[in-house]
Write a protein that binds this ligand. Structure first.
Ligand code: ADP
Ligand code: MG
Length: 402
């Protein structure tokens, strides 16, 4: 992709004014799956794939945005456009009724402007943006959050408006929920804001407090994209949410202080699990034990104990596959292959399930051999060529000075 200097040159060539530059990373979740909506713990890391944005202020009240990735420029009169687009998103809008409502890439930056305006940030004079990213789109590495957070940093920088990081994350999530119309949790935006070089970010999804856990320097994060996403994923996700609700309600009847599964323990399951349907019990057991694994994983990183971290990933994968029943044959193949490779400490499915990516912790001396073996093995077993990315944990969003 473009270097920051090339992006600055492109911005100048497009708008004839210099732009300020901002960057925000994508992310991968190392451990803690389906715990976010149970008020529990997740542990993602920002990756060194990111979205860069150049911004300059305008005076005509327009949003003009150019995405290099989409090779497309949009130009909207900001205030009326935000009203119109937001109205289209509402449950009974004509566009929704006709089924003509589609998502456009510019909804992500426009949504952030909408959310910033709601928060009182002065955006009415408009902005020119140039956007370029190397986070693979739609691969589960959250290119969407990286665009949102980069936009928020850019606009806050251009308007000299101070906002705490956690508020920026909440605002970007709001943009994606209410303006883009995607029902996502807070993790992606949060880690894109708060990531730190060579650290994982353990987020308490109830309080939104976070802890940085140091990732030993001699390890790399390797992400293998299975290139499949089974069509059951959406429906199964809703079923899992309903099962979790059902199980939580049973536990709450005995211990009213259990507001979410975050408050429940394996002892609660031992006492009252027999009142649940077997599938509900298994889903709850995944979430409750996963929270414990995330907390143990922080300690493993603090102790530089990669073997222990790998064991926790292994347990998390078994729980995701057997109790949560959200793996799939292609992912199982990637996990089996990874576990056979020298230098691989641990491997697990990351993301919602039924396809998507695996995350692997690999000794810093081994990513090239690991990548080659994974690609060849997966191709031989499935006929599919996996996209594979190697990253260190990287810093969160920041301004770039040339
Ligand atoms: P993911 O977040 O997993 O990559 P999403 O579907 O949530 O997948 O978000 C991808 C969308 O984000 C893209 O289809 C596009 O609309 C937007 N996007 C991501 N990167 C860029 C970019 N560089 N320029 C413009 N839009 C982008
Ligand atoms: Mg996304």
């Amino acid at each position: 992709m473009q270097t920051p200097a090339e992006l600055a040159a492109l911005h100048f060539a497009s708008y004839n004014v210099p732009g300020q530059l901002y960057s925000a990373p994508g992310r991968v979740n190392l451990i803690g799956e389906h715990t976010d909506y149970c008020d529990g713990f997740v542990m993602p890391a920002a990756i060194d794939f990111s979205t860069l944005i150049a911004i300059s202020p305008r005076t005509d009240g327009h949003l003009v945005a150019n995405s290099v990735n989409f090779n497309q420029r949009v130009d909207y009169p900001l205030d009326p456009y935000l009203e119109h687009r937001f109205a289209e998103r509402q449950p009974n809008s004509p566009a929704r009724r006709d089924g003509t409502l589609t998502t456009h890439w510019s909804d992500y930056p426009a949504g952030v402007l909408w959310a910033l305006r709601e928060a009182g940030v002065p955006i009415e004079n408009g902005f020119s943006l140039t956007i370029v990213g190397d986070v693979p789109l739609g691969a589960g590495l959250s290119s969407s959050a990286s665009v949102e957070v980069a936009t928020a940093f850019a606009v806050l920088g251009a308007t000299s408006y101070d906002m705490p990081l956690n508020k920026i994350a909440i605002l970007c999530r709001r943009a994606e929920n209410a303006f883009v119309g995607a029902n996502v949790g807070i993790m992606d935006q949060f880690v894109s804001c708060c990531g730190a070089q060579d650290h994982a970010v353990m987020i308490d999804c109830r309080s939104l407090e976070y802890t940085l856990a140091p990732i030993p320097p001699d390890v790399r994060i390797v992400i293998c994209n299975s290139m499949v996403k089974h069509s059951v994923a959406g429906g199964e996700y809703n079923t899992r949410r309903a099962e979790i609700e059902e199980g939580t309600a049973i536990l709450r009847a005995h211990r009213p202080e259990i507001k979410a599964l975050r408050d429940a323990t394996v002892q609660d399951l031992a006492l009252w699990g027999h009142e649940m349907k077997p599938n509900v019990l298994r889903r709850c057991r995944h979430v409750i034990t996963e929270d414990d694994r995330v907390l143990a994983a922080v300690e493993a990183f603090r102790a530089s104990d990669l073997t222990r971290f790998g064991e926790l990933m292994h347990q998390a994968q078994a729980s995701f596959r057997d109790d949560f029943e959200a793996s799939c044959p292609e992912i199982d193949i990637l996990i089996d292959l990874a576990n056979k490779q020298p230098g691989c400490f641990g491997a697990r499915l990351t993301g919602g399930g039924f396809g998507g990516c695996t995350v692997n912790l690999v000794a810093a001396t081994h990513p090239a051999a690991f990548t080659q073996a994974m690609r060849a093995g997966y191709l031989a077993a499935t006929g599919i060529t996996a996209d594979i990315y190697t990253s260190r944990a990287s810093a969160g969003a920041h301004a770039i000075t040339l």
